[in-house]
Structures are given as structure tokens and as C-alpha cells.
Design a protein around this ligand. Structure first.
Ligand code: SF4
Length: 458
């Protein structure tokens, strides 16, 4: 057993010793490593059986993190890094430093000056108008386009920025997870619906008719139904309809992300919900989503799989935003440094309504929400900032004017929810901005924005 992490024989033996001490299935896992090393020695890197072996080692690594992450020793970190490198080699992917998202989100020494300054400006004592002015001018500088300027000149309106208008497409509200704050959670008695590819495409054509070309495919986590193949089929069909798809679905393996990117997905949106690992465990006590680190490293796997756009978010209300948003900023900075050719996007959804019995422990007011969005803009001047219809029309208009660059419109959060004239139940969360797509587009136009319907036309 060499673990191929280091050429130092004494360290090989030490690592084997740690596994025997710390792992209830040590002999099974040591045998797995021996198989892996035999495969690599035989030059079988990247073949089907090596990739499968790599996925088993990756699952073991996440299981190990799940069980030990609260108090990881340096030996544990050495082991998980070694397993990461081994799985990567077996998969035949290019060599890279070990994933270190968990370390990055805790490491305040990595904070940049602009991040520290932005966080200080979220203090209620700091004059909010100064923060807003700073965020607005950064947005206009980085997202102004020739089209925006021309529109402004022609209409004598102040130059604003380009705004991507997109739609979420909920394809399934079947879910095995037990997220205490979510209206889709198991076993709530809601109308469950899982769209076939044909049914999903009927929705896509309705959205296409309303002007959308950028559509975010959203689905619950139901392993038997919401498979990679299911999403890949929908994505391919959307591309054939000249629609640009992104996905907001359960975390996938690197191979699955690669398959979705190959099918035509332009990006992945995945919210950590909260970066506070203790609270995360409380909110996600059962189901696949209970694995904090599997979720935390999803963007690494998505980027390695070829996704061009990486969307992050925290669900405000679950934990203290003064800890959660800075952790997300560090996560973003880590991804930006590691994958400099990808587009980053951030979102700050707030809990407004939750299933009976869920008490929101950290309610966030409008002014605080504005401050945190501004802080994201100051820290990431070029990142996309995204806002859904969870928020009211007036607050969305205000945030759009300051820093938002992507907003949904005319949304439904129920599968099949775009059918005309039908009542729909089984929504994930209630929509607060009830304006039609045309009304949102008209507001953008009347106020000097340049609405775009896909980023390839931006
Ligand atoms: S938040 Fe997502 S994973 Fe959790 S219950 Fe809702 S749909 Fe399922």
C-alpha cells in the first residue's frame, strides 16, 4: 500500500496506520487502495474499471469527511488529500492540487482587502448610500455595454447595465431529502409531479414563446427518477430548441457533471444553504443532502467536469449572515483562483415562508439584504449577481438598479407550472413578484437597462 501521495515509504506506512486506527472498514479500504495502485501500475489510468474504482474511492473520501470533518487532524487531511489525488489519477484527469474548499471557507487569512472592506460596510452604522453608490458604480462599469449606452443616449435615461432575464423550469418536486425549511421535503403531503422529457419540453416551448432563451432546470433529489440521464435528455432537447440550459439539481459526480456539460448545460447553480457545518447538520438530518462536504465540493467537480458557470448561494435565515456570506465569499475566491476561466454567480435567497413548524432563526431585513448584495459586488466586481421572484417587485427594482445582473421573471416554482389557466400546487416557495414577463421587460426597458435573454447575445 503506497497511496501514491508521496514517495516517502515511512509516510505510506503511517497513513496505513491511521486508516487502521480511524476507519471502521480499514481492511476493505486498504484493499481498495491496493487495487487502485495495481491499476495505475498496469497503466489502466482512465479506463472504465479505473474510473469506477476512482468513484468508489471518492465516495469513501466523502464518507470519511462526513464522519470526521468536525475535528479533522492533520493526518485526516493528509489522508483525504491522498484519496482525492488517487481518485483523480484513476479517472485519468489532469493532475491538480487537492480540493481544499473546506479549508478555504474557514481561512480568514485568505481574505482580500476588498472583501474585508466590503464586510465592514455591511455594519448598520456604515452609511448605506455610500455602499450603494460604490456597488452601483462597479456594476455599471463592469456590465455596461455599448447597447446600454446607446439606449441611454437615445432615451436621455441614466446609463444602466445589461440584465439577463431567465426562467426557472421545475421538472420534478420528488425528493428524498428532509430539509426542514423546504416545501418539497420528504414526507410532506404535497402534489408530487415528475415531468417526462416531452412534458418538460412543452414547458420550454411556453417559455420560449414568452421570450426566454436562458432556462434554469430545477429538480428535487430522487435518485431513481432524477438521474443524470434524465437531465441530459432534457438538456439536449432544450439545446435543439435553441435554449441555453443551466441546472440547479442535486450534487453530481465529476463524470455526471461532464455528461451534463457535454449535453449542453452552460452552468450549475448550487446553494450550500449554510456554511455553518453544525447548523447544516441540524437542517439536513437525513437523506443524501446530509453530506455537507459532498455538497461543498460540488462546484469543484462541476468545474472539473467542464461547466462554464458556477453559481453559489446561501439561504438567508438559516444562520448568521455575518459568518455565512463571508464564508461564501471565500468559497468564491477559492473557485476564482482555481478556475480563473469560469464565470462566478452569487445569489442570496431569503426564507419568507417555510413549512409549518419551521422557525426562521436569523431573519434578514431588506436593508441588510441590500448591504450583503452590495458587499458581494464590491468583493466580486465582475461576478453575476442573481435575484429570484422570491422578493417583491419594489425590492427587485431597487436591487436591479444597484447590482443585480440576472433576474428571473414570470416564474413558477411548481413542475408544469407554466401551463396557461391551470391552478398549480406543489410549489417549492411562494413567488412575491407577480409581474408578468412582459411587465418586467417593460420596466427594464423604461428604466434604461438593456435586457438580454441569453448571455451569448450579451
Ligand atoms: S431544498 Fe432541495 S433537496 Fe431539500 S427538500 Fe427541498 S427540493 Fe429536496
Amino acid at each position: 500500500m503506497k497511496l501514491t501521495v508521496t514517495e516517502d515509504a515511512s509516510v505510506f506506512e503511517e497513513i496505513a496506520g491511521w486508516i487502521r486506527d480511524r476507519d471502521a472498514h480499514a481492511e476493505h479500504h486498504l484493499a481498495l487502495i491496493d487495487q487502485a495502485e495495481a491499476a495505475l501500475a498496469a497503466g489502466r489510468r482512465g479506463d472504465a474499471s479505473s474510473r469506477e474504482l476512482g468513484e468508489r474511492i471518492e465516495r469513501w473520501r466523502y464518507q470519511y469527511l462526513h464522519e470526521h470533518a468536525v475535528e479533522l487532524t492533520w493526518q485526516d487531511e493528509t489522508l483525504v488529500d491522498a484519496l482525492d489525488g488517487l481518485a483523480n489519477r484513476l479517472a485519468g484527469r489532469p493532475s491538480r492540487p487537492p480540493r481544499s474548499t473546506g479549508r478555504a471557507i474557514r481561512d480568514a487569512s485568505l481574505d482580500t482587502d476588498s472583501m474585508r472592506e466590503a464586510i465592514e460596510m455591511t455594519d448598520p452604522c456604515f452609511p448605506i448610500e455610500r455602499l450603494i453608490d460604490r456597488a452601483r458604480s462597479l456594476t455599471r462599469r463592469n456590465f455596461a455595454t455599448a447597447g446600454t449606452d446607446e439606449t441611454a443616449v437615445a432615451s436621455s435615461l441614466p446609463a444602466r447595465h445589461r440584465m439577463l432575464v431567465y426562467a426557472p423550469l421545475y421538472v420534478s418536486n420528488e425528493c428524498v431529502n428532509y430539509c426542514t425549511y423546504c416545501g418539497f421535503r420528504y414526507p410532506l403531503d404535497i402534489a408530487r409531479r415528475h415531468l417526462s422529457c416531452d412534458e418538460a419540453m412543452e414547458q420550454v416551448r411556453l417559455l420560449r414563446g414568452r421570450g426566454f432563451r436562458h432556462v434554469l432546470v430545477v429538480g428535487g433529489d430522487f435518485p431513481r427518477l432524477t438521474t443524470t440521464g434524465y437531465y441530459a435528455e432534457i438538456i439536449r432537447a432544450m439545446v435543439a430548441e435553441d435554449v441555453v440550459p443551466a441546472v440547479e439539481i442535486a450534487p453530481q459526480t465529476t463524470q455526471s457533471y461532464a455528461a451534463l456539460a457535454a449535453a449542453g448545460a452552460c452552468g450549475v447553480t448550487l446553494y450550500q444553504e449554510t456554511y455553518d457545518e453544525g447548523r447544516y447538520r441540524e437542517y439536513h438530518e437525513r437523506g443524501p443532502k446530509s453530506s455537507y462536504h459532498w455538497r461543498l465540493e460540488s462546484h469543484d467537480r462541476a468545474a472539473e467536469g467542464g461547466m462554464a458557470r458556477l453559481g453559489l448561494g446561501v439561504l438567508l435565515g438559516l444562520s448568521d449572515p455575518r459568518r455565512d456570506v463571508p464564508a461564501m465569499m471565500r468559497h468564491g475566491a477559492y473557485l476564482r483562483d482555481r478556475f480563473p476561466d469560469r464565470t462566478l454567480a452569487f445569489s442570496l435567497p431569503r426564507i419568507h415562508a417555510a413549512p409549518d413548524g419551521f422557525h426562521v432563526p436569523f431573519p434578514v431585513g431588506d436593508e441588510s439584504l441590500i448591504r450583503w448584495y452590495c458587499a458581494l459586488r464590491v468583493t466580486f466586481p465582475r461576478a453575476e449577481l442573481v435575484l429570484s421572484t422570491r422578493e417583491s417587485a419594489s425590492l427587485r427594482n431597487r436591487l436591479a438598479d444597484i447590482c443585480i445582473t440576472q433576474m428571473s421573471a414570470g416564474s413558477s416554482t411548481a413542475p408544469g407550472g407554466y401551463d396557461e389557466g391551470e391552478e398549480h400546487s406543489g410549489e417549492q416557495f411562494p413567488v412575491s413578484d407577480h409581474r408578468s414577463v412582459a411587465e418586467v421587460a417593460r420596466w427594464l426597458d423604461d428604466n434604461g437597462f438593456r435586457a438580454v435573454w441569453s448571455l451569448d447575445k450579451a
